[in-house]
Design a protein around this ligand. Structure first.
Ligand code: SAH
Length: 240
């Protein structure tokens, strides 16, 4: 069944007017007619069944009926990722949503060579991925900040898995298996890698666990997917 993310509060009897492009998708693309059912979620109220109640020229209205699933929090994993070229960044956002990241924090580092992002487009990618993947929330995409600032304000209760391409650090899976669950983030550098001073600072921070993703240098998008996968397998909701 079609799943749509909406900002509205969801409760039995509520009426929801989908955004014009969602309405077009339902009625013009998917050709739903009055009485058809869809699923709605908003990141707060769980997942709800809704019926297409009215179809107008420009807008349509959905009537919320019954709750299908209550809201549940997914694992607390953040992805902190240096800006990379647009196509790769968009892949990273889509995969972070699929792999269950709760938030993506974009950072600039000394070797970052991109500095502008289209946040509304990244949000739209995150929403679309969340809709198709069945999750009950949409990852928040946080506008770019300087890595040093992010580290200055870091909440020490959250562990940071630093993916260090320089090597000489334990394999990620070994390091994660020996680590406590709880809030985590994983950090992926830009295509140019971390500058030695940045890497040095990271290695010295008490909340950081430095890890290797194997003997090959991965592109940032591959590294992000690999790191989130390993975390989900070792500490997240891929465990049995
Ligand atoms: N140009 C850099 C590589 C950057 S790859 C170089 O040649 O050294 C982009 C990011 O992906 C890195 O900063 C790191 O966070 C991550 N990464 C890639 N391969 C990795 C590996 N084998 N182990 C750990 N992290 C890796």
């Amino acid at each position: 069944m079609i799943r749509l993310f909406v900002p509205n509060d969801l409760a039995a009897g509520a009426g929801v007017m989908p955004a014009p492009e969602q309405g077009r998708y339902l009625t013009a693309v998917m050709r739903l007619t009055v009485g058809a059912e869809v699923l709605l979620f908003n990141g707060r109220d769980g997942e709800w069944r809704a019926t297409l109640a009215e179809v107008g020229k420009r807008l349509c209205r959905l009537a919320v009926t019954t709750q299908v699933r209550p809201q549940q929090a997914g694992p607390d994993l953040e992805l902190v990722v240096a800006l990379v070229k647009r196509g790769r960044l968009e892949t990273i956002i889509e995969k972070a949503a699929e792999l269950g990241a709760r938030r993506v924090r974009l950072v600039t580092t000394r070797r970052t060579n991109a500095d502008r992002v289209n946040l509304p487009r990244l949000d739209a990618i995150a929403i679309e991925a969340a809709e198709q993947t069945g999750r009950l929330d949409v990852p928040e995409i946080v506008a770019p900040e300087k890595l040093d600032r992010v580290l200055d304000g870091w909440d020490a209760a959250r562990r940071l898995m630093f993916c260090d391409e320089a090597g000489g650090v334990p394999p990620a899976l070994d390091a994660l298996r020996d680590s406590p669950p709880g809030p985590w983030a994983t950090l992926i550098g830009p295509e140019g890698g971390f500058d030695p001073a940045e890497a040095e600072r990271l290695r010295g921070l008490a909340f950081v666990t430095s890890v290797s993703l194997g003997p090959r240098i991965l592109r940032a998008d591959t590294a992000a997917i690999a790191a989130m996968t390993l975390w989900q397998a070792a500490l997240g909701d891929w465990r049995g």
